[in-house]
Design a protein around this ligand. Structure first.
Ligand SMILES: NC(=O)c1ccc[n+]([C@@H]2O[C@H](COP(=O)([O-])OP(=O)(O)OC[C@H]3O[C@@H](n4cnc5c(N)ncnc54)[C@H](OP(=O)(O)O)[C@@H]3O)[C@@H](O)[C@H]2O)c1
Length: 347
């Protein structure tokens, strides 16, 4: 791997984008050369100021054409909404792209997007990599890697447990916390695209194990607040939605081989109480031998374990930048990327 410095543009500075922006400013293997923002209050501000660091000389812009025209090795793409047209333009303009929105792997759901990205990569001589903690890491490359410790696999279960009271999130309103069950059910399903998107990670595991995707099924449970739950953005009233459990099951050869559980909760004062404990990611391997892996933040001053999913999403993208830049042109999944060798972390 070359020792060059990689010139990076940060696209969007939300909760994920701020973490990668800070990383790029501080990592000696990276040179920050641009920041694209949409928020007018951020335009013209120094990148350092946006993340509480000294000035860098790089000013945030909302001028998309200037960013497209800018010379850079890679764009870290982390806006709220997917924009495949824009990602293709960036790829055709000669910039590699790492995106936290995916696509993560080719499935029936993502195939058309992957094909467009592949064509743009070939035109621009560039590479695209979709990654994040989940989907993109804890439910795909992690279990695929750890199945090498197994003789026989019966079932794999992946848990994402996020206590949004300990780690406040932009997704509380979006996911319908604080609504009555009736209001939640009357709303369009905010996770409509989550199942097929997480399904890309699931399909990657099956591909890694040489199995065909047969079916993907969904269950959704809610838990209601027993008492009012205050949080920094408001109050979850007693009797309204304070916890949600999404369960997706991927079937192969008539069996449920891979289950994903997403538990998003506002503390633990709710009915039913799932007794989840602290925020963490956990993978349970059933078969021979049986084992499990838990990834969690070290406890903070109050002994609580913050949810690191957002930070890990940004860092998984940021640490992949050098290898994505050095990859052969095309869409690179974990299979093509191989073992990532992060640069500039030891400092
Ligand atoms: N794979 C994973 O594990 C994983 C985990 C978490 C998040 N994600 C994905 O990563 C992306 C970023 O997440 P986040 O938590 O940082 O989101 P966020 O806090 O909502 O921030 C997204 C940023 O997008 C920009 N933005 C706002 N409105 C926009 C619009 N209408 N069109 C385009 N951009 C707009 C803003 O950037 P400025 O403030 O700079 O103007 C905003 O701060 C999301 O797409 C999310 O789904 C993936």
């Amino acid at each position: 791997m070359s020792q060059k410095t990689y010139r990076v543009i940060q696209w969007a500075t939300g909760t994920v984008g701020k973490v990668s922006l800070r990383h790029f400013i501080e990592n000696p293997a990276i040179e920050l050369v641009g920041v694209l923002v949409t928020n007018p209050e951020k335009v013209g501000k120094d990148a350092g100021e946006l993340v509480g660091l000294p000035p860098t000389g790089v000013l945030a812009t909302n001028d998309v054409e200037a960013i497209i025209a800018q010379d850079a090795d890679c764009v870290m793409f982390a806006p709220m909404l997917q924009d495949i047209d824009m990602v293709c333009r960036l790829l055709r303009s000669g910039k590699n792209v790492v995106s936290t929105i995916g696509p993560f792997f080719t499935t029936d759901f993502s195939q058309a997007e992957v094909e467009r990205l592949e064509a743009a990569c070939q035109e621009g001589g560039t590479s695209f990599h979709g990654c994040g903690i989940h989907p993109g890491f804890i439910g795909d490359i992690m279990p695929i890697t750890l199945t090498r410790l197994m003789d026989r696999i019966d079932r794999i279960q992946v848990f994402e447990i996020a206590d949004k009271l300990v780690s406040p999130s932009v997704y509380i309103d979006f996911m319908g916390f604080g609504l009555t069950p009736e209001e939640l059910r009357a709303r369009p399903n905010c996770m409509e695209y989550a199942m097929p998107t997480f399904g890309e990670s699931m399909a990657m595991v099956l591909a890694g194990l040489g199995k065909e995707v047969e079916n993907l099924t969904e269950k959704h449970e809610i838990a209601l607040a027993r008492n009012d739950i205050p949080y920094p953005g408001g109050v979850i009233r007693a009797g309204t939605v304070a916890g949600q459990h999404w369960e997706w099951t991927m079937w192969t050869e008539g069996k449920p081989l891979l289950l994903y559980h997403l538990y998003y909760v506002m503390g633990d004062d709710m009915e039913p109480n799932w007794n989840l404990g602290q925020s963490r990611h956990r993978i349970v391997f059933e078969g021979n031998p049986q084992f499990e892996m838990t990834l969690t933040a070290s406890p903070d001053a109050e002994g609580k374990h913050p949810f690191l999913g957002i930070i890990w999403t940004a860092l998984l993208g940021a640490t992949a930048v050098p290898q994505v830049c050095d990859a052969e042109p095309g869409v690179v999944t974990h299979f093509e990327l191989g073992v990532v060798r992060p640069q500039g972390l030891v400092r």
